[in-house]
Design a protein around this ligand. Structure first.
Ligand code: PMP
Length: 326
């Protein structure tokens, strides 16, 4: 019998899915780790669980305590589920620019949600910095601090990466993923490089993020913007420090949207925007490497979280973007 113990026991052990239409397009094996199949619906369930359990082990989080976090959505959703399952309160601070679906879901899950204006990290009222101050002012509360809390990348080092290694029998040539906190990219890159330094680790980046230029030149430079959510950064987080980056690929929104709609129409997979950046980067990398290589990336979350945006032709048109096949 294979029975998982509650929400917590059901996190991880996701399938690795061959993305057939992109394999045909490139002649490479392009494989997506199906993180949207986690019980909270995203790649962040793993990090949320590790951060809460690290705080429990350190005696920082006691029964009835509160978990506070600044999040673009998915970490908050994972934390809200875990707090319900473990009997904690959950307080989420989220930029008001994030999709209504994610904000509504957080409230349905029972989190206290405070929406705040989206301001850069250097501003003390940035959602991440504000969440740290709010946590410090509450009794029996922890700040999950996903950007700089290394329990985040540890989750991916111990679980996501180990699963990818086992699922591919160690036969992969490259790993490519976009970063928000960097936890996923970092944990997997650190693990794979230890196992086989020849595996190429490539950072994918949307427009409006500074990490592509950081990887290419060592300097953060930001140009343009992106409709994708949960990825891109204007700084190097603690989770990204000391992490191997062999190369970086920037993917523009029209290509990410083409990819998301191809996944939907040809592969039957209803995915969020960051998956468009990830698989778009995997396709670009496949073209660079040539046919016959195996490339692994992440299917971070599902499309239902973005129905009013990415899958709404009127919203796309407002952003000057066309809906493929419309
Ligand atoms: N895609 C989505 C939709 C996300 O919410 C996140 C997390 N912010 C990521 C990708 C990136 O994950 P990580 O924080 O591990 O870099």
């Amino acid at each position: 019998m294979d029975i998982k113990n509650g929400f917590v026991g059901a996190v991880g052990n996701t399938p690795l899915i061959r993305l057939d239409s992109f394999c045909e397009e490139t002649g490479c094996e392009i494989l997506g780790k199906a993180e949207f199949l986690n019980p909270g619906g995203s790649v962040k369930d793993r990090a949320a669980l590790y951060m809460v359990e690290a705080a429990e082990r350190q005696g920082l989080l006691k029964p009835g305590g509160t978990v506070v976090e600044g999040t673009a959505g998915n970490t908050g959703i994972g934390l809200a589920h875990i707090c319900n399952a473990k009997g904690y309160r959950c307080l989420i601070i989220i930029p008001e620019t994030q999709s209504q679906e994610k904000i509504d879901l957080l409230r349905t899950l029972g989190a206290e949600v405070r929406t705040v204006p989206a301001v850069p990290y250097k501003d003390p009222n940035n959602y991440v910095r504000l969440s740290g101050r709010v946590a410090a002012e509450l009794d029996n509360a922890i700040w999950a601090n996903q950007f700089d809390n290394l329990a985040n990348r540890q989750a991916h080092y111990e679980t996501t990466a180990a699963e990818i290694w086992a699922q591919t029998d160690g036969k992969l040539n490259a790993w490519v993923a976009a970063t928000g906190t960097g936890g996923t990219y970092a944990g997997v890159a650190l693990f794979l490089k230890e196992k086989n330094p020849a595996i190429k680790c490539v950072l994918a980046d949307p427009m409006g993020s500074g990490l592509y230029s950081y990887a290419k030149t060592g300097k953060i430079q930001i140009e343009g913007s992106s409709i994708t959510e949960g990825i891109g950064n204007s700084r190097v987080t603690a989770n990204m420090e000391g992490v191997p980056i062999d190369d970086a690929i920037q993917v523009e929104d029209p290509e990410a949207i083409r990819v998301v709609y191809q996944l939907l129409h040809q592969d039957g997979l209803f995915m969020g925007g960051s998956v468009g950046i990830n698989v778009g980067a995997a396709v670009a990398l496949a073209r660079q490497l040539g046919a016959g290589h195996t490339i692994v990336t992440i299917l971070c979350d599902g499309g239902a979280r973005y129905q009013s945006r990415l899958f709404n032709p009127a919203w796309l048109a407002e952003k000057g973007l066309a809906m493929p096949g419309a």
